[in-house]
Design a protein around this ligand. Structure first.
Ligand code: HEM
Length: 400
């Protein structure tokens, strides 16, 4: 890894709702689609075209960031799907591919509807906080059930998810090293122990859930190590719910800000997918992804030496005017919407069909139940680099 003695320039987080980050991206991107931070050494990629090229070339741009985890903490990314490079990546992805196809996730529909209704049954009094009521517990329940983890352990997941967000909040964009405080390290150790025990039980008695598959899977004739099973499961657990929580919150914010879109979707629910895709483009839950160059290369006009950190800005690619006319306008009627919010290339989000399904079903029920839902106060945005979403969202409605 290239050694840089000075710190990387830190872009603003989206804690203000996104304006400062978008301004920073526009400023840096004004001189070209690619920019090198001379202080920190990272290469930032802003355009749709170049971000696409970086993500489509895993031979040059590696996803293996496992060296970023300090040695005294269980390596929670080593062996996860998101950080594995080819050729192993394809074989690892095959272990879980069929659990995530649109057809398989469609069979979860009745359960997603049931859980959403149960969670919303607790709402009364004309006001509720959306994240705690629905957008967090719904995806946690779904992914926990897929992994075969008892729902009674949900409070633990929430704590671990909080640790993941804390670690992300303390992370530096463009620096290949995680800052892990003691509390986060303790959470990682507890999670490792928990998931490893669960995997051990499923190894002895497989049940057909995702954990049984991971625990018993072989790649190239060798079983995954305990640590690989742990980090794969941890990845699914977090990637499978933090992002969907943010997507749901971002959708309600967007509806509140765009009354015409809200009217259109309320009147015609077949417009829900267009709404969700535009929310994904406009407020992507994951705003960036990192890669590490394995060899000397070029990005745009820039020579990029091996060992460089590359930041592919999803949120900026999504606002590239070469691809999206009037990119700063929220428009559910876009003729095409090739946003990058689920990534691109071999690491394209395996959970995209599930995330989209959860969002569509939950939104449909919310619109049915609350004919006049509106913000009841200021949303509280996460202040974690790379994540764009709310941690609290107060809502009000008229009780029938
Ligand atoms: C990959 C975003 C939902 C599991 C990704 C990537 C993005 C992303 C941007 C690519 C990362 C990269 O290339 O570095 C999102 C968003 C979601 C969502 C915005 C909101 C709904 C889910 C769900 C699951 C999931 C529901 C699982 C149940 C994964 C996994 C990968 C991934 C395992 C790695 C895939 C691979 O490397 O082959 N996601 N995701 N995601 N996502 Fe999602």
């Amino acid at each position: 890894m290239t050694d840089h003695s000075t710190a990387a320039e830190q872009p603003p987080t989206t804690e203000d709702g996104g304006a400062a980050l978008l301004r920073w991206l526009r400023e840096k991107g004004a001189h070209g689609p690619v920019w090198r931070d001379e202080e920190g050494g990272a290469v930032h990629v802003f355009s749709h075209e170049h971000a696409g090229k970086v993500l489509a070339d895993p031979k040059t741009f590696s996803s293996d960031m496992s060296a970023a985890v300090p040695d005294d903490v269980p390596n929670f990314i080593e062996g996860s799907l998101a950080t594995t490079d080819p050729p192993r990546h394809r074989k690892l992805r095959q272990v879980v591919t069929d659990a995530f196809t649109a057809k398989t996730v469609a069979s979860l529909e009745p359960r997603i509807v049931e859980v959403t209704n149960q969670l919303l049954d607790h709402v009364s009094g004309g006001e509720f906080e959306f994240v705690e009521t629905l957008s967090n517990p719904l995806p946690v329940t779904v992914i926990a059930e897929l992994l075969g983890i008892p729902i009674s352990d949900q409070p633990k997941f929430r704590r671990w998810a909080e640790a993941a967000i804390t670690a992300t909040a303390e992370a530096q964009v463009g620096e290949a090293e995680f800052q892990i405080n003691e509390w986060v390290a303790d959470q990682v150790r507890e999670m490792q122990e928990y998931l490893t025990d669960h995997a051990e039980r499923r190894r002895k008695e497989p049940t057909g859930d995702l954990m049984s598959r991971l625990a018993n899977a072989e790649v190239d004739g060798t079983r995954l190590t305990d640590n690989q099973v742990f980090s794969f499961a941890a990845d699914l657990l977090f990637a499978g719910h933090i992002t969907t929580t943010m997507l749901l919150g971002n959708t309600l914010l967007s509806l509140d800000e765009n009354p015409a879109a809200a009217v259109a979707v309320r009147a015609d629910r077949s417009r829900l997918p267009d709404l969700i895709e535009e929310v994904l483009r406009y407020r992507p839950p994951v705003t960036l992804t990192h890669r590490l160059t394995r060899q000397d290369t070029t990005v745009g006009d820039l020579d990029v030496p091996a060992g460089s950190l590359v930041v592919a800005w999803i949120i900026s690619a999504n606002r590239d005017e070469q691809r999206f006319p009037n990119p700063d306008v929220f428009d559910i009627d876009r003729a095409s919407n090739p946003h990058m919010s689920f990534g691109h290339g071999i690491h394209f989000c395996i959970g995209a069909p599930l995330g989209r399904l959860e969002a569509r079903l939950a939104l449909n029920i919310i619109l049915d139940r609350f004919p006049d839902l509106a913000l009841a106060g200021k949303p509280d945005y996460l202040a974690a680099p790379g994540l764009f979403g709310v941690q609290t969202l107060p809502l009000r409605y008229t009780e029938a």
